[in-house]
Write a protein that binds this ligand. Structure first.
Ligand code: GRF
Length: 243
């Protein structure tokens, strides 16, 4: 059971533009989608820091190419989990981040760390939570489990992070069909494509202050009315191949 991250309180009302940090461990496809959405003005925010716990993660190269400050905080170089998380938290606080996006970050964070960023930390998971989630469910394992189950539909989920792995309030989901001849590779690709559309959308809603957490549910508030003659916000377009 999950108590949620807030009660009827707007959680996205940050000063504009939102200062975003991304925590990564791998290829950084989702990071790339967030970088492009910020650059195009689809998200009223800026990625101010990328932190990887894996020194040779390709996501770091993506940050470098985009001119975003990047850091490695590798748990293997710290004497304890607490010391690792202290370093991680210090890096985030130093940049005064308003939102932390876990984008393929393969470490489970302690309840202490999570509570310090309560309502300000999101994750993307490559399945329709609460199915195919939780401890040990990451990467290929998720898609293997989906295929083994015979499910006809899978997808991806963006949720707020709580102390329950993959258990926080759901912000947005996208469904993806499972085809008869799917393999882990084909399913990963189809889901990943939707992920790169969904994560920028969820971050945009947060940056616009339009997410309200009520228990374990997230209400999406309507977009504010615009004055006649002002430009509409840029649509979040389906991404091109970002791999
Ligand atoms: C994605 O499938 C995401 O849902 C999961 O980890 C993967 C990260 O991929 N949390 P990438 O590093 O964004 O390419």
């Amino acid at each position: 059971m999950n108590s949620g991250v807030g009660r009827a309180a707007p959680v996205g009302a940050m000063p504009s533009p939102l200062r975003i940090a991304a925590l990564v461990s791998g290829t950084g496809t989702n990071l790339q989608a967030l970088i492009e959405a910020c650059r195009l003005g689809e998200i009223p925010g800026e990625i101010v820091l990328v932190v990887s716990n894996v020194p040779d993660a390709f996501a770091l190269e993506r940050a470098r190419r985009a001119g975003i400050p990047a850091a490695v905080v590798d748990q293997r170089t710290y004497p304890s989990r607490a010391a690792f998380e202290e370093a991680l938290g210090a890096a985030l606080r130093a940049e005064r981040v308003g939102l932390v996006c876990l984008a393929g970050f393969l470490r489970i964070l302690s309840p202490t760390f999570v509570s310090a960023f309560q309502g300000r930390m999101m994750n993307i998971h490559p399945a329709l939570l609460p199915a195919f989630g939780g401890k040990g469910m990451y990467g290929d394992r998720v898609h293997q489990a989906v295929l083994a189950s015979g499910a006809r539909v899978t997808g991806c989920t963006v949720h707020f992070v709580t102390e329950v792995p993959d258990g926080g309030p759901i912000v947005a989901q996208a469904a993806v069909p499972v085809e008869d001849d799917d393999t882990v590779a084909t399913l990963t690709a189809r889901v990943r494509h939707e992920e790169t559309r969904l994560y920028p959308l969820a971050v945009r809603l947060f940056a616009e202050g339009r997410l309200r957490v009520e228990g374990n549910r997230v209400r999406i508030l309507p977009a504010p009315l615009r004055a006649v003659g002002t430009a509409p916000p840029a649509p979040v377009a389906p991404p091109a191949d970002r791999s």
